[in-house]
Design a protein around this ligand. Structure first.
Ligand code: NAG
Length: 434
């Protein structure tokens, strides 16, 4: 009975760093002026489908009127869906021709931060801005006025990382709007790393955008920045920077051509001398959204490494009448292919695929044998295999980065012989993941 028991060791995840990362999309509420609740729900479902956790509602003053109405509609829609999708505010201090009045900010936050659909980080409602550096002084009072406080991540990009480091006492993190390259250059993560360094232990919200072109003279803007490779490259930079949050810019800013949501005709600017229809109509961006689940999974996952193998060498048992190929035999009546010895078809190896967000070293050890080392040099998936080489015992796989084991798992033992005497050609599959 030596081989009757397969011992499945528990998968041991050793990663201490898996924290709740989140991905948001910047939503221009002003472009949703005529949204119905069901239109809100339709957008929420599309966003949720691709892994976005919340819309950041960009709202400009005044609070009364369309802003109030649409905020109410958005929250009602989210509440009605009873999904995990969330909303929170980016108070736009430049978009309304006037800054936000602190008492309006407080009133809105008091109304909506207790709402189940309001995004909370560690149970504290997240609040953001678009600029507003002339009103920095308002925020101590705003924070103190909200029961339970706020998790405040303003976008005060115009201050730069240097300016933000002098204001760490009044923020919980920062969002940088610096996400398009200047001139004929590719975007890099150098600015992001500077923001992250300036923030120390505070949260960094990194901006990711696919494009930027605007031609709205009435709003004094007619310019283009390089998009091109940006959508892909920027997500790779997210993996390298590993921010606490990612904010996609945007869901629906048609006038600036960086929308990833569906075209919504009534949301496309049509003002005199500020008509975006000539460059937005019939220019869908949905394909950019469709790849998000993969980018987001890479960002959120600390890594994953499925590994699989048969539990004995193929020739360690009787083949039980199994043939390589579907060839004529006592069992395969009507077989139509040439006979091949089954044990020459399958390889006695441990196979594994490693998804990593930055290069890492992988070691695989069978029983008490020497660990074999592999280098995962690609961000994304890396595939390898290593032969049994006659070794038996538990299979241990470790992902190591900078000398520290970030993931490890131990899989079922490879046996010298199958317990029944007959080879099982099926695969045992385990996974090390966070
Ligand atoms: C910009 O990025 C693309 C894609 O990675 C690359 O092919 C190209 O060479 C880069 N251009 C410059 C100027 O670095």
């Amino acid at each position: 009975m030596r081989f009757t028991t397969l011992i499945f060791a528990a998968l041991a995840s050793l990663s201490p760093t898996a924290s709740a990362r989140s991905v948001f999309a910047h939503f221009i509420l002003g472009n949703a002026g005529s949204y119905t609740e069901s239109q809100w729900q339709s957008d929420i479902k599309l966003a949720q489908e691709v892994g976005i956790d919340a819309f950041v509602l960009n709202i400009a003053p005044p609070l009364a009127g369309a802003t109030s109405t649409q905020v109410a509609s958005a929250f009602k829609a989210a509440n009605g869906l009873d999904s995990d999708f969330k909303l929170f505010f980016s108070f736009d201090y430049l978009g309304g021709g006037q800054p936000w009045i602190a008492s309006d900010v407080i009133s809105l936050l008091k109304t909506y931060t207790p709402n189940a659909a309001h995004f909370k980080h560690n149970k504290v409602p997240l609040v953001s801005t678009f600029e507003g550096t002339s009103n920095i002084g308002d925020w101590a009072h705003i924070r103190a006025s909200i029961p339970g406080g706020i998790f405040f991540i303003p976008d005060w990009s115009s201050l730069g990382p240097g300016g933000i480091s002098a204001r760490l006492g009044i923020i919980d993190g920062a969002f940088s709007w610096d996400m398009w390259p200047t001139g004929a250059n590719n975007m890099t993560d150098v600015p992001d790393k500077a923001w992250k360094a300036a923030l120390g232990s505070k949260a960094y919200m990194m901006g990711v955008s696919p494009w930027f072109f605007t031609n709205l003279p009435a709003y004094n803007k007619a310019w283009v920045w390089r998009g091109d490779d940006l959508w892909h490259e920027r997500w790779q930079q997210v993996l390298a920077v590993n921010p606490t949050f990612v904010e996609i810019v945007t869901w629906n800013d048609y006038g600036e051509s960086h929308y990833i949501g569906p075209l919504y005709n009534d949301g496309i600017p049509r003002a005199p001398n500020a008509n975006a229809h000539p460059y937005v109509d019939n220019m869908p961006h949905d394909g950019w959204r469709q790849i998000l689940p993969y980018y987001i999974a890479q960002y959120k996952s600390g890594g994953t490494a499925p590994f699989w193998y048969r539990l004995t060498a193929a020739a360690a048992g009787n083949n039980g009448g199994v043939t390589g190929n579907n060839c004529p035999s006592a069992i395969n009546l009507g077989g139509y292919q040439a006979y091949v010895d089954p044990n020459t078809i399958v390889e006695d190896k441990v196979f594994f695929t490693v998804l990593v967000k930055s290069p890492a070293t992988i070691t695989v050890q069978i029983g008490g044998g020497a660990p074999v080392t592999f280098k995962a040099t690609r961000v994304g998936t890396n595939h390898f295999s290593t032969p049994f080489n006659g070794q038996i015992g538990f299979v241990k796989i470790c992902i190591v980065r900078n000398g520290a084991t970030v993931l490890s798992a131990t899989g079922a033992a490879i046996q010298a012989h199958p317990a029944s005497g007959v080879t099982n050609y099926n695969s045992w599959v385990g996974s090390a993941s966070t």
